[in-house]
Design a protein around this ligand. Structure first.
Ligand SMILES: [Zn+2]
Length: 270
């Protein structure tokens, strides 16, 4: 099947074997499938992943548009695609391009678009389709997608804590993170009236309340509501359909593959 996108790329999906999507342990990041998410139909997920394997993206020459920043040019040259060119129903709400983030600083400047590796972007389109099937009019909404390493370095420098503390807030730019490869996304769900679902904490809340792996205990202790748990399960369910796995300590962060796989297939956006 072929899908032509007006924004300047052509995406071709073919069937093949499993792509960059393995539940694996890599460095300090552990991808897990959590209890309570068994509603994912394996056959559907397998088909999706199979479809993604042979995806090729052919960039069409960019016009000399002054709105395209040098950073965006470099990201496109590395083969990443803008998620909204692939699926316009997905919102792009880059928090680091505003001052509404834990740093209180706009570290992205003019860059305000959501780019991912083509397979990951196609996976998100699949996740959006699954969300719409369950809740017509609802949208995935991205807080962060590709994050160039120089920005990660800037964030690292802005967090004024000893190194052991720092790693709780930002991953060490020296190691490279899946955001640096464009293979991870921070995301939530917005309803048809434009409201974000209640996930129990804001984006980038650093504490146990944000830990998917502690949800059962947090629910039992009355610290998270049943509604919050169900909202997070819905987010995970739709993201699993697209081939993503959640980070056990951040309800909003999803990896498309392990760091080892990303290092093999992709290059870091500096
Ligand atoms: Zn993240």
């Amino acid at each position: 099947m072929a899908n032509t996108i007006s924004g300047g790329i052509v995406v071709v999906l073919l069937f093949g074997s499993i792509a960059c999507q393995t539940i694996a342990e890599s460095g300090s990041e552990v991808n897990v499938k959590l209890p309570g998410n068994t509603t994912v139909e394996t056959s559907v997920a397998d088909t999706v992943v199979a479809q993604l394997d042979s995806l090729t993206v052919v960039p069409i020459a960019q016009s000399e548009n002054p709105a395209i920043t040098d950073l965006e040019k470099a990201i496109r040259a590395a083969g990443l695609v803008e998620v909204q060119e692939l699926e316009s129903a997905i919102y792009c709400n880059l928090k680091y391009s505003t001052t509404d983030n834990f740093l209180g600083e706009d570290v992205y400047g003019d860059f305000d678009k959501c780019f991912l590796q083509p397979e990951a972007a196609a996976g998100l389109a699949v996740a959006q389709a699954h969300l719409e099937k369950k809740h017509p009019g609802w949208h995935l909404s991205i807080f962060d997608a590709v994050r160039p390493r120089r920005v990660q370095q800037q964030m690292w420098d802005l967090v004024d804590y000893p190194i052991q503390e720092k790693v709780r807030y930002v991953s060490n730019p020296k190691n490279g993170s899946l955001h640096n490869y464009g293979a991870a996304v921070d995301i939530t769900i917005v309803t048809e009236t434009g409201e974000e679902l209640d996930m129990g904490t804001p984006f980038d809340y650093f504490g146990e309340l944000a830990y998917p792996r502690k949800e059962t205990a947090l629910l039992a202790a009355g610290l998270l509501s049943q509604e919050v748990i169900e909202n997070r399960r819905l987010l995970r369910e739709v993201m699993y359909h697209g081939g993503f796995t959640v980070l056990p300590t951040e309800w909003w962060h999803f990896n498309f593959c392990s760091r080892a796989e990303a290092a093999q297939r992709y290059t870091i956006i500096e």
